[in-house]
Design a protein around this ligand. Structure first.
Ligand SMILES: Cc1cc2nc3c(=O)[nH]c(=O)nc-3n(C[C@H](O)[C@H](O)[C@H](O)COP(=O)(O)OP(=O)(O)OC[C@H]3O[C@@H](n4cnc5c(N)ncnc54)[C@H](O)[C@@H]3O)c2cc1C
Length: 464
């Protein structure tokens, strides 16, 4: 329980309306996009300026109170769970787009801007922000930057870190600093902008961001390619990319996902397919036509059963809506879902898919595979129920084996969801121990009292 005088201090800083202490309110901030982590904060605050964030952090640092930054709470790694209680610092009221600078193809936003709102405003200027986490209807820019989010379009355009030019960050000790800037090139000292990008809310609270934006492509074309075998679909990712065409999107949906989407909302997907690859190509119209043809030819050559080229925007939108619904379908399919986020070199996708099948089948675990195949980033998701000890243990064991295999293939633990609480016990298997110590050292310098999002990324001494 937090002391009343601390709550009074918080009210003095942000105002009464921006402090929540009622049990029902706290419950709403006790979970995120994961299905197996819950912990209530003692208080939730909604600052509206970097100065308010600074005052909150100074108070928390002095009193050694844990503070967990939070945007929309859609992350799927436990990142915004206030696992040690204390203060949830929610940035959703800092939601102004401060500048759209078309001449320099950049924009400045506050952290609570929702990605969809950002893209709607950019579209009016003929621009867009390419990294497209499929939670874009809710995810905030602060959360996207803190997780270094990705999405379908990252195969051509790159992930969030490639779009962050500069940040204003409030350090755990309360200092407000600016790192990076607004220029496309910048090698002035260590790249602290990249350090805060993807730091999962453990090093500072992002209070402003300067971001690269791009002109909207003149034309796009979507293709749905149908395969009998999910591993063959995986092979086609590198066949297409090595043929010399770089689609803007390459997404994979397996038979389980296809059927779940069709159950929730029929979209006309082929229910008997082993897997689908959804491609989008974009650019000038002539190139788009040529590239779409090339994707079709390559996939037909390497085992596609059918290729449907979307006739119009409505058909293309239907396929992409289906893709977006896919991850939600997975998460609503069982009381507990262990959603993987491993990323492997693209020519290892078929090996990973086969391994997932082998490991899960051997243990009788229902699973699905969906993901940003163009980046080698797959989300094998294991359906279980943490109330059933045996089932949960089996799923955890399988998840461990899948992760170990992905690392063996030269892959990594997380492509976009971060480590948070969900994957911290696997970190030691996936990262050089000296690199882990280096990260802990950085954390200690930036956050000497370990108040900002404590308990995340690596296991603490008593857990190890
Ligand atoms: C259906 C669904 C689909 C998804 N698809 C994708 C996808 O395609 N790609 C992808 O990358 N992710 C995806 N995600 C995961 C999630 O949406 C992203 O991680 C997103 O970037 C989180 O944004 P948020 O505003 O919800 O952040 P939150 O979940 O609130 O927070 C995420 C992390 O960022 C920290 N944080 C939040 N705001 C700040 C701030 N201002 N300063 C410092 N730290 C901060 C938090 O402490 C936490 O560690 C998906 C999730 C769901 C539920």
């Amino acid at each position: 329980m937090i002391e009343k005088r601390i709550v009074d201090e918080l009210i003095r800083i942000v105002g009464k309306d921006d402090v929540l202490t009622e049990d029902e309110d706290l419950a709403s901030y006790s979970f995120d996009g994961t299905t197996n982590w819950v912990h209530k904060p003692d208080v939730v605050v909604f600052p509206t300026s970097p100065q308010e964030i600074s005052e909150i952090l100074k108070l928390a640092n002095k009193r050694r109170i844990p503070v967990t930054p939070r945007g929309a709470g859609t992350n799927v790694s436990g990142g915004s769970i206030p696992i040690k209680g204390g203060i949830v610092l929610c940035t959703t009221k800092m939601n102004r787009i401060l500048k759209i600078d078309k001449e320099n193809l950049m924009a400045t936003v506050e952290p609570g801007v929702v990605l969809m709102d950002f893209n709607v405003a950019l579209a009016k200027e003929g621009l867009f922000f390419p990294p497209d986490p499929q939670s874009f209807l809710a995810a905030t820019m602060g959360g996207v930057i803190a997780e270094n989010g990705g999405g379908p379009a990252c195969v051509k355009y790159g992930v969030t870190k490639q779009y962050v030019l500069g940040l204003e960050v409030v350090l755990p000790i309360g200092e407000i600093i600016e790192v990076g800037g607004v220029t496309m090139k910048n090698v002035t000292g260590y790249d602290l902008t990249m350090l805060f990008t993807g730091s999962e809310g453990t090093l500072g609270v992002i209070s402003k961001a300067n971001l690269v934006v791009k002109p909207l492509p003149q034309a796009t074309k979507t293709l749905m390619v149908v395969f009998d075998d999910v591993a063959v679909a995986g092979e086609n990712v590198y066949h297409v990319l090595s043929s010399g065409v770089v689609p803007s999107k390459i997404e994979l949906l397996d038979n389980w996902v296809i059927n779940s989407i069709e159950r929730l909302q029929p979209m006309g997907l082929p229910k008997d397919a082993g897997a689908l690859l959804l491609f989008e190509v974009d650019g000038v119209p002539e190139a788009v036509e040529k590239e779409a043809k090339q994707v079709e030819e390559v996939c037909r050559k390497y085992g596609a059963r059918d290729v449907r080229v979307a006739k119009d925007k409505a058909e293309a939108d239907r396929y992409w809506t289906a893709r977006r619904a896919g991850f939600a379908a997975v998460f609503s399919a069982a009381p507990t879902v262990l959603a993987e986020d491993v990323t492997v070199p693209r020519n290892k996708i078929p090996d990973l898919i086969r391994k997932v099948d082998e490991v899960c089948k051997a243990r009788g675990i229902e699973y699905s595979v969906i993901g940003h195949a163009g980046d080698g980033n797959l989300h094998p998701s294991l359906l279980t129920d943490m109330r059933d000890k045996e089932s949960f243990q089996k799923a955890q064991e399988a998840m461990g084996m899948i992760i170990e295999y992905a690392v063996e293939l030269g892959g990594v633990l997380s492509g976009e969801h971060g480590i948070g609480l969900e994957k911290k016990k696997f970190l030691k298997k996936a990262m050089d121990p000296i690199a882990i110590e280096l990260m802990k050292g950085i954390k200690k310098i930036v956050d000497p009292n370990n108040i900002l999002n404590p308990g995340k990324i690596w296991e603490e001494a008593e857990e190890a």
